[in-house]
Design a protein around this ligand. Structure first.
Ligand SMILES: Cc1ncc(COP(=O)(O)O)c(C=O)c1O
Length: 435
């Protein structure tokens, strides 16, 4: 049996098989960026600037909403979405305990209170039940995150929201193009937000965000809040009158032009990615003790992030050895050339930005998933990543052939849970800041 690379053997993923650059930059992106540069109009405040409005129209059509507004990034998109939907300072907003930090920061930025709820351990999304249990008389809205690209149970969650008179907003930053019952996500919530960050499935050459809604009143309000509360609907000369306490969340025309070029190939790229990822997952699904991400038949997955869970009992280990197993497995896979990473070291409520108070008893599934899983990010996004993913399948296969050895290392290893590792880092950073 060939020796594990972490013990000095040959890597299963040849060094010549590299992760392809993402976002793809083709002639189409170059032409789009040059077109924007040549126009000499770089922001929405330049009369007649065509790229921002072009992207907005094309993304509204793609998602199937009446309106879309481009903004500076996905975090501002979500805080603007909450603000125009009518969330007020002091209102409680339900947010998943497992997400990117921005899902919880955006409510805070408008003075609202994020109330975190546990996730489902198979979908990594919130369920209608956990959401309903968190509702109080101060709850105003639910931020539904389609984590890693898998649409949440929108029908059930929207039914809960209807029963309690709550607003539903979609944070679809990771789920561009995913479908629920044949409708694209971002078309269900009263207002929805997307990110165009370089790492996203639909990226730009930097930062950007998009807001979708069917409501013309909310759209116009968002447009004003994007630019200092001013109205652009008046006479062509700027009045400098602020009607609302808005922000400066304007997007950049060059980045919108780049994203339009990406959008032109988006569906074709998505189809090839689906086939590449599904082939990888089908081959990994056979490995004992590995839970691969799945997708219910009534929806499609954007496969933004691939999260794999480990079951220690299949390795002859006890549950308290889960973290050690994950750590050794990640080390073995990385040595073979598979970029196994963490995605979130702690539940969001444990973040110091939110006060840092959370217990395993409150968020058992979120803690469990963080402890027993690892992810693959970005390497699978490029449409030509198929051969690379095939070599990842070979690497998993090789590591699994050595699983008894991996288990023996895990049994002997010290287990420092990810949130404790993060805590140590945070302490060191805090000491540096105060020193
Ligand atoms: C679920 C989620 N929400 C919001 C954001 C924020 O987007 P941005 O990085 O564009 O501000 C991200 C970005 O990763 C995200 O993954």
């Amino acid at each position: 049996m060939d020796k594990l690379a972490m013990l000095g053997g040959q890597r299963a993923v040849p060094r010549t098989r590299r992760v392809l650059p993402w976002p793809q930059v083709t002639d189409e992106e170059e032409q789009a960026v040059n077109r924007a540069l040549a126009s000499g109009r770089f922001t929405v405040a330049s009369a007649g600037e065509p790229e921002v409005a072009g992207l907005e129209r094309e993304w509204a059509d793609f998602v199937g909403t009446a309106h879309c507004l481009a903004v500076s990034n996905g975090t501002t998109a979500l805080s603007l979405a909450l603000a125009v939907a009518g969330v007020q300072p002091g209102d409680e907003v339900i947010v998943p305990a497992l997400s990117f930090i921005a899902s919880g920061l955006a409510p805070l930025h408008i003075g609202a209170v994020p109330v975190f709820v546990d996730i489902d351990p198979d979908t990594f999304n919130v369920s209608a039940d956990t959401v309903e249990r968190a509702i109080t008389e101060r709850t105003r809205a639910i931020v539904v995150v389609h984590l890693h690209g898998l649409p949440a149970d929108l029908d059930q969650i929207m039914a809960v929201a209807d029963r309690h008179g709550l607003l539903v907003l979609e944070d679809a930053a990771q789920a561009q193009g995913a479908r629920y019952h044949d409708r694209v996500v971002g078309s269900f919530g009263l207002v929805s937000s997307f990110s165009l960050n370089v790492a996203k499935n639909l990226p730009t050459c930097g930062e950007g965000g998009l807001i979708n809604t069917d409501d013309p009143r909310l759209y116009r309000r968002a447009e004003m809040l994007r630019q200092f509360g001013e109205t652009l609907a008046g006479p062509s000369e700027r009045s400098y009158v602020s009607h609302l306490p808005g922000w400066n969340h304007k997007p950049n025309a060059i980045q919108c032009a780049f994203a339009r070029a990406q959008l032109g190939r988006f569906e074709a790229t998505m189809k090839i990615r689906d086939a590449n990822v599904e082939r990888l997952l089908a081959s990994l699904a056979e490995l004992p003790g590995l839970q691969v991400p799945g997708c219910p038949a009534d929806r499609s997955h954007a496969w933004h992030i691939l999260r794999f869970r480990l079951r220690p009992e299949a390795f002859g280990l006890a549950s308290h050895q889960t973290g050690a197993l994950r750590a050794v497995m990640m080390k073995a896979l990385r040595a073979e050339g598979v970029p196994a990473t963490h995605y979130q070291l702690m539940p969001l409520p444990l973040q110091r930005a939110f006060g840092g108070a959370a217990s395993r008893a409150e968020f058992p599934q979120c803690y469990q998933v963080i402890e027993d899983s690892f992810t693959i990010q970005k390497a699978h996004l490029h449409p030509d990543a198929g051969p690379l993913l095939d070599s990842y399948a070979d690497a998993f296969d090789k590591v699994w052939r050595h699983r008894a050895l991996i288990a023996s290392y895990a049994a002997a290893a010290e287990d420092v849970p990810p949130w404790q590792q993060a805590d140590r880092l945070a302490d060191a950073e805090a000491a540096e800041l105060s020193g």
